[in-house]
Design a protein around this ligand. Structure first.
Ligand code: B12
Length: 224
């Protein structure tokens, strides 16, 4: 149970049940644009691993931002600020991480016009930490171009993130395209829209689905 912050002077009322103190602090920091505080929370927690930082601190904080945005308790500008501060704070921990060199090749991305980047980024980072030579397609992947520039480059794993349900048909088409471009590639799917889809593997033509970035690492390990 959250301890709750209580008190009329508190800027941040308690957030969702199950969130811990670090997630609450991080949420308060990003919502107030306090990069220094956001960074401190993550730097203090990185000893518990990048998976912990992502799934116990950053994901619940972004979900809370989404909740407040949906309920009109914060503006679009507040959401943009919170997202930017969260991404910058995450980037500040990269130099603290020992990234293993080499490994089998993985590409992680999302199909245009999806603009939700953070989940795919987390999957890319945790795969890299688990020894995959990972390319993160940070600007999204064009349906028309697919992975054609990677033909012959021995990509073993293609991981596709889909947040909005309306992007599922494009994701399906991209996956078909990727199978043509890189024969034999294993395809893993995930993200908010996929989590809401009972037959995601069949509907998207993927090899597997995973509900979180750390689960993605476990599934991908069998394909190395
Ligand atoms: C930040 C944000 C944005 C930012 C994104 C910026 C960026 N650089 O990413 C911006 C402002 C661009 C944005 C835009 C929009 N957004 Co938005 N956004 C969010 C918000 C607040 C946080 C997203 C986030 O970073 N979450 C944290 C990540 C890490 O979570 P995740 O993606 O689910 O990832 C985890 C798992 O799903 C999994 N995973 C993810 N990808 C993959 C891939 C693989 C292969 C695997 C195995 C696993 C996996 O691992 C991750 C960690 O464990 C969410 C709220 C929320 N609850 O998520 C709304 C939210 C997703 N957005 C929403 C909406 C409606 C929109 C807009 C349509 C708003 C509008 N009217 O313009 C647009 C659409 C833009 C587009 N074309 O995509 C809705 C979606 C509702 C729905 N239909 O489901 C949400 C839920 C907000 C809400 N409560 O209404 N958004």
């Amino acid at each position: 149970m959250p301890s709750g912050e209580g008190g009329a002077a508190s800027r941040e009322p308690r957030i969702a049940e199950g969130d811990d103190a670090e997630a609450r602090l991080f949420t308060a920091a990003i919502l107030t644009g306090n990069y220094v505080a956001a960074r401190s929370v993550l730097h203090a927690a990185i000893g518990d691993g990048l998976g912990y930082v992502y799934e116990r601190i950053v994901v619940p904080a972004m979900e809370e931002v989404g909740r407040r945005w949906y309920e009109n308790r914060i503006s679009v500008a507040d959401e943009h600020l919170a997202t930017a501060v969260a991404q910058t704070a995450v980037a500040s921990i990269y130099p603290l991480i020992q990234w293993p060199p080499g490994g089998p090749r993985a590409v992680v991305g999302y199909v245009e016009p999806e603009r939700h980047v953070f989940g795919a980024r987390m999957v890319a980072d945790l795969l890299a930490l688990d020894g995959w030579r990972t390319t993160f397609a940070s600007g999204g992947i064009s349906l028309a171009r697919g992975l054609e520039e990677l033909r012959g480059s021995e990509v073993k794993l293609f991981a596709v993130s889909v947040t909005l349900g309306e992007h599922l048909p494009a994701a399906r088409a991209l996956i078909q395209r990727a199978r043509e471009d890189v024969p034999g590639v294993k395809i893993l799917v995930g993200g908010r829209a996929v989590a809401a889809l009972p037959d995601a593997v069949q509907l998207l033509g993927a090899d597997a689905v995973a509900a979180s970035a750390s689960r993605a690492v476990e599934v991908a390990r069998a394909w190395r």
